[in-house]
Unconditional design. Structure first.
Length: 127
């Protein structure tokens, strides 16, 4: 969990990729409260994850690469709480939504194609 900088409201952020070995960045998406204007590609409901208390959506339009070292520093220095992992099925569904959402930026889709299948499954390690 990390606070949204512009509002200070805590939101659940989901890390979708392992850190890139060169850039040390990982792809993250934010979970937002469901509203009439939010992307409905993936809806999380109470019980899907302990943090979720009401219908929420994944903000694919706001997907971004985040510096993992900075994230780790914020977790320690600002006491941002790490949350329980999503179930494997839900995690793959959130990943799959990257390719299904009309709001995902094209370069994000391209980036994800090099890291996981459109089904959400991780690509095999390259030798």
């Amino acid at each position: 969990m990390m606070s949204l900088p512009r509002t200070g409201v805590p939101h659940l952020w989901i890390v979708l990729t392992n850190p890139d070995p060169v850039t040390k960045k990982a792809l993250v998406v934010m979970v937002v409260s469901e509203k009439s204007t939010t992307d409905k590609t993936v809806t999380l409901r109470a019980g899907d994850h302990p943090f979720i208390r009401h219908n929420s959506n994944i903000d694919y339009g706001g997907a971004r690469l985040f510096d993992v070292e900075r994230l780790e520093e914020q977790i320690v220095s600002e006491d941002h709480a790490l949350q329980q992992d999503l179930s494997e099925t839900l995690f793959e569904s959130v990943r799959k939504g990257i390719f299904e959402s009309s709001r995902t930026i094209n370069w994000i889709k391209d980036y994800c194609r090099t890291r996981f299948e459109p089904t959400g499954e991780t690509l095999p390690e390259k030798m």
